[in-house]
Design a protein around this ligand. Sequence first.
Ligand code: ADP
Ligand code: MG
Length: 258
Amino acid sequence: MALLEIKNLHVALEDGTEIVKGVDLTVDTNQVHAVMGPNGSGKSTLAYALMGHPAYVITEGEILIDGDNVTESGADARAHRGLFLAFQYPHAVPGVTVTSFLRSAINATRKARAGGKEDPVPIPEFRKELLAQMDRLKVSRELASRYLNEGFSGGEKKRVEILQMAMLKPRIAVLDETDSGLDIDALRIVAEGVQNLIGPEMGALVITHYQRILNFLTPDFVHVFVGGRIVEEGGPELAQKLEREGYEAFTPAEVVEA
Ligand code: ADP
Ligand code: MG
């Protein structure tokens, strides 16, 4: 039984426009899957639908986590099952510091895992882990006491997201264009931070337009995503081919719909 199974997934916008048109994808722990496609192909729509965003309507197909159907589950329930989405455009949360946000997120997960009973992480344990992860991801101490994402640079937002991932220890990490807006050093830290979490406890779905994040985060499987569908699949060599040749070869007339 696979960790995450996406079966014949169709996703529409609230006005009924179908964006994702039948996706089949299976992600297991120990694996990095890259979904690569041009802008507007529906990659973020796929990510939001996986996470249970209410504006993206699943009209057909299903999403399974550990064999359980979560297609109808809310975002919270999916998160508690271990699904984590790093957003393309993280939101600011005024009045909530990075530290308190992380502690609440961890405690919510712990509560869900304890069957609804409060089970807060002991503060010293939390602090120790937070400081260790911050050092590893080169997040400045000063950032931890600031309000989440308020006035953060693009690179700071992404690092804090990976910090959140490292602290929450999800089982499936979905990264939507985590590479956009990062300079090369930040990209390396973020990508290596994710790579280090991949193992028997975690697998990742890395959604990207460009190949460059994949220089630091080696995909086991590459899925080319055009016009709301996976049109080609292969290994890491496929990402290099896309970098050289672009998506043109994968956009024949019948895929480019009005
Ligand atoms: P990608 O991430 O591959 O660039 P998106 O999933 O963001 O693609 O967008 C796919 C298409 O769906 C685009 O035409 C985009 O304008 C449209 N779209 C996505 N989300 C919304 C939304 N919330 N409201 C209106 N249109 C949307
Ligand atoms: Mg996108």
